[in-house]
Design a binder for this molecule. Structure first.
Ligand code: SAH
Length: 422
């Protein structure tokens, strides 16, 4: 989501005057730090990065802090680091041109409605498009700062989404990644009362775009994984068979404390349904360990879900207390050493599972969409189920979807040989 926000800011800046991206800091006239604040670490990193940029920047180069940390710290960022020229919240990226030339401007309102804003076009990779389908988040997970930094959830009108994707397809994209905090809650609220469209209807509209071959989305919420949605996921040939199902914890009582709205049984039942309808789909997840009150038994429930579902990708985090969240005030915080041990155990077991999943790919054939040239005559792409695949090849494979036979498997990626290329 932050990557897409960065693209939006670049596009908007270019409406006013031409900017070019640079990887050489000393060349930059404008430095934008687009921040996250889901965990505490990135916040600390922000101020050390500002210090580095202050020292090494070109004379007179401006520094802007954007994104979720900008939303929650606001003008305190300028107080602490007066070298910062402007602060722009995660919900205000469309206002970049209003702040870029105003010394110490701060735009962070979380009730600002960007849902029908028609952003200018900029894509870092023209072969695959990221497209927002909603902004904000309506959940109240007790650990999560996102609703406080991105505001209430509003769906973007389907006509805007379809138009944006059609434009990206004309520009060469065969794949789209739909973005939102809870994509399968799409359509619950729009900026205007006339709009009506749910996520399944949106997926159908998007699939009818000529030239678009692949649809991915992130993140769906387990609570909204009803049968209608999972049936569309499984049966629509344009929808890639890769799904993120963020668990957070395997303990029903902890899920209740987290205010996730589902139980361990519901989560397992939804994963069972995915396997029943789409046996080849890969399932990934997010897990937090060391949430306040997590006992050894609670943690065992999480390990149990890992054993049963065998997630292909696991994003796992040690609980980090965040401002504006109820869980930060809970008295039963878990000892950080215990949380670290649990995290290591979870990750070690997941690594074994991942190795087994990847080894089983040897000799299989995947349809790979090649979207990135690599050094040393290699080219990279993704299989339908989201695996990173490398082959020997050059430009002529770029933007093609071709069958690849897997010849080597490692933890993060697969190597293969194109088997049937015209
Ligand atoms: N909307 C998504 C969450 C986006 S944040 C959802 O509901 O699933 C991405 C991930 O960061 C979360 O899924 C969670 O696993 C992790 N996370 C959020 N808050 C956290 C915190 N306070 N400490 C540790 N991890 C956290």
């Amino acid at each position: 989501m932050n990557s897409r926000d960065s693209e939006h800011m670049i596009a908007e800046l270019n409406r006013k005057e031409p900017y070019e991206l640079t990887t050489t800091l000393a060349e930059a006239d404008l430095i934008i730090i687009n921040t996250c604040s889901v965990r505490e670490k990135p916040v600390a990193k922000l101020f050390s990065e500002i210090g580095v940029f202050k020292k090494r920047r070109k004379d007179g180069a401006k520094i802007g802090v954007c994104g979720c940390t900008a939303s929650h710290l606001g003008k305190d960022i300028i107080k602490r680091a007066p070298v910062v020229d402007f602060v722009l919240g995660a919900r205000n990226v469309s206002k970049i041109n209003d702040v870029v030339d105003t010394k110490h401007a701060v735009e962070i309102s979380t009730d600002y409605d960007e849902s029908s804003y028609d952003f200018a076009e900029y894509r870092s990779n023209s072969l695959k498009a990221m497209v927002n389908i909603s902004i904000g988040c309506d959940k109240s997970c007790s650990f999560c700062i996102v609703p406080a930094t991105r505001g209430d959830e509003i769906s973007i009108p389907s006509t805007l989404i379809v138009g944006e994707i059609a434009k990206a397809v004309k520009g060469g994209a065969k794949e789209v990644m739909l973005l939102g905090q809870n994509v399968n809650n799409y359509g619950r609220r729009f900026g205007s009362d006339d709009e009506k469209c749910d996520f399944v209807e949106l997926l159908r509209k998007i699939s009818s775009i000529d030239g678009l071959e692949r649809i991915r989305f992130t993140s769906p919420h387990p609570l909204h994984m009803d049968d209608k949605f999972l049936e569309e996921f499984a049966s629509n040939p344009k929808i890639c068979k890769q799904i993120h199902v963020p668990l957070q914890s395997g303990s029903t009582s902890l899920l209740k404390e987290m205010k996730r709205g589902y139980s361990k049984e519901w989560f397992l039942d939804r994963c069972r349904k995915i396997r029943e309808l789409a046996p080849d789909a890969s399932i990934s997840t997010d897990i937090i360990v060391g949430f306040p009150g997590e006992s050894d038994d609670d943690f065992e429930e999480t390990i149990d879900v890992l054993e049963r579902v065998r997630f292909e990708q696991l994003f796992s985090f040690k609980y980090s207390p965040r401002p504006h969240t109820p869980a930060a005030e809970y008295q039963n915080q878990v000892d950080p050493t215990v949380a670290s041990e649990r995290l290591s155990r979870l990750q070690a077991r997941h690594t074994e599972i991942l190795d087994e999943i990847m080894d089983a790919q040897l000799g299989t054939i995947h349809q790979v969409y090649f979207d990135e040239l690599k050094p040393n005559g290699r080219i990279a792409g993704r299989s339908d189920d989201g695996k990173l695949v490398f082959v020997e090849g050059s430009e002529e494979l770029l933007s093609q979807i071709v069958p690849v036979k897997i010849s080597k498997a490692s933890r993060g990626a697969l190597d293969g040989i194109v088997v049937d290329h015209p």
